[in-house]
Write a new protein. Sequence first.
Length: 267
Amino acid sequence: MTGLLATKPRPWDVPGLAEEALWQELELTPKPGLVDKLNNGSHRDMDHALFARSIAAITPWFSRFAALGDAHADKPVAEQLRLIRPMGMACEQAMYTATGGVNTHKGGVFALGLLCFASGRVRNVSAESLCCEVSNICRGLVARELAGRSGQATAGERQFQLYGLTGARGEAESGFSTVRNALAKWRGRSLHELLLGLMAINQDSNLVSRGGIDGMRYVQAYARELLTNGWDRDALLKMDNALIERNLSPGGSADLLSVGWVLSAIK
C-alpha cells in the first residue's frame, strides 16, 4: 500500500482525530485509577493540567508522522520503523520537556504516532487499512526486541521473560487486536463502557509494573464484573477508590482507549 498511488485526498484527518482522542480520554470522568477531572488517580506526579500541557506538546507531531509516512510510502514496509523512530523519539522529548520529565503519554505517542504514520502510507484510510498497515510495519517487533534479548534491561523485557506479556509492541504488531476485540462488543455505547471493555481483556503492562500479575488480574476481574452486573457513576467511583488504594493505574488501557476512539470515529 503506498500513499504515492493515491489519486484523491484521503477522506480522514487521522492526526486531527488522534488529537481529539487524547482530549476525549483526558476529559472522561471518572476513570478508575487514572488522572481525570476529579483527581489524580494512582499518580503522585501527574494531574489534569500536566496532561493538558503534554497533549499540547505532542499533538503537532501527529501531522508530521502522517507526512513522513506519505513521503516514504514508496519504500518497503520493513524499512518503516527505522524511518519513524527518530521522529517518535523527538515527539517523546517534546512531551518530557512539557512535563518536566514525567511520562504522561509515551504509550499514546507510540500507538497514535503509528496510526498517523500509517495514514500517510495507505491509499484508502479505514480502520481496517490502518490496523493492517501498523501490523505490517511492526512485523517481527516482539521477536526482535523482546524475545530476542536476554538482558531483561527494561520493564517490557522483564514482563515478557516472566509472563510472556508483549505490551505495546505486541498490541501494535497484532494490528491493535485488543482494541478491535473491545470495539466489536462495544457497539457505540459510552466511552466508559469501552474503557471497561479494554480493562477487562488488556494485559496492561502498567498494572503489572505496579501490582504484579495479580494486580492486572484484579483489574480485569473487576471490570468484567461491572460489565456483567451493570455499572453507574457510583460504581466507577468505588472502583476508582479501590484502584487508588492498591496503587493500580490501567494506563495501557487509557492509551488503547484513544486508539479505539480514532478507529471508531473512522468507522
